[in-house]
Design a protein around this ligand. Structure first.
Ligand code: DGY
Length: 320
């Protein structure tokens, strides 16, 4: 293992394996959040790379923050989504931004399918029923209104994770359509040019879209109405893509049937209206959270930095 005199700043809570590997290879400074005042002047002058995680709030690693580090070259982000970094502006500053794609696609897709099944068949409710001591004592468990049979699925954001979800759902015999900004080449799934058009065509909408200005509150009242009263909405993308007030209202008044959410607009805050929604299945942003996958993500964060320092290129730069 080569040790590098290339000081790295970790911002926020980082996976322990990544932090330990970074400390073996690089001089490391760690701060709790993106506040330049937490870094000494001496460290500011020598930091070359920054590592941030998806726990950080949207755009918190912005050009004002990056600009405080005159020798900064690279931001290596833990997570495939990088809405916490103003990546376009970083490119203008000549900084490289990397993320951790591919290594988590299977895990997130598995979770999305699990969340869909749990939401449609109300499995968390059934488990609660059993744990509360109910079986024959209360009569048979009430039949669920929902089933996966006969559903048609729309994927909002057909990238690597979206495709992995689509492949899994094909095995369930469900027809797949999608909406992206542009159609994907050589894909047989039906393309819809607008999200509302997609929602009209399907009854099960799965959001895997990245969080950015183009997707902000894209899941709104119009889309939820288009999805319809048998509609199920699943989100493993970003909470910012959803108008949460509109979603809570749609769940409460039966505009849609149910929702399964792994992500929220202002994490870790989960709106009371969603917490109280019996027809919502809620997870604390854990789609990629298996030990093996988080370790693979951690390794990619470190490997991107090593590749940059040793060979002047990144393994997985984001495209801006
Ligand atoms: C990501 O990598 O963007 C995920 O949301 C983290 O679980």
């Amino acid at each position: 293992m080569t040790v590098h005199d290339y000081p790295i700043l970790i911002v926020g809570r980082l996976h322990a394996h990544a932090a330990a590997r970074l400390r073996e290879i690089f001089p490391v400074v760690q701060i709790d959040g993106p506040d330049v005042a937490l870094v000494s002047e001496e460290d500011r002058q020598r930091i070359r790379g920054i590592v941030g995680t998806t726990d950080l709030k949207a755009s918190s690693l912005d050009t004002a923050f990056a600009g405080a580090f005159p020798k900064l070259e690279i931001m290596s982000s833990f997570g495939v989504g990088y809405d916490h970094i103003d990546a376009g502006d970083m490119a203008k500053l000549g900084l490289v931004v990397t993320n951790t794609p591919d290594v988590l696609s299977g895990e997130v897709a598995d979770t999305a399918v699990g969340l869909l099944l749990n939401t449609v068949r109300e499995l968390p409710k059934a488990e609660r029923w059993l744990r509360e001591g109910n079986w024959i004592t209360k009569g048979p468990y009430p039949l669920t209104r929902g089933t996966l049979r006969g559903r048609s699925v729309g994927i909002f954001g057909l990238g690597r994770i979206g495709l992995a979800i689509a492949h899994r759902l094909e095995a369930f015999g469900l027809p797949i359509s999608y909406h992206n900004r542009r159609p994907v080449a050589d894909i047989a799934y039906r393309y819809h040019a607008s999200l509302t058009e997609l929602a009209v065509a399907v009854d099960t909408l799965i959001c895997v879209a990245p969080g950015d200005a183009s997707t902000d509150k894209a899941i709104n009242t119009e889309v939820l109405k288009a999805l319809g009263s048998n509609g199920v909405f699943i989100n493993v993308g970003r909470g910012s893509s959803v108008d949460e007030d509109a979603l809570a209202q749609a769940l409460a008044d039966g505009t849609i049937m149910a929702a399964g959410l792994d992500v929220f607009a202002h994490e870790p805050h989960v709106p009371e209206t969603l917490l109280n929604a019996e027809n919502a299945t809620l997870l604390p942003h854990v789609a990629s959270a298996s030990q093996a996958t988080r370790q693979a993500m951690a390794d990619l964060v470190v490997d991107n930095l090593i590749e940059w320092v040793e060979r002047g290129r990144a393994l997985t730069p984001v495209a801006e």
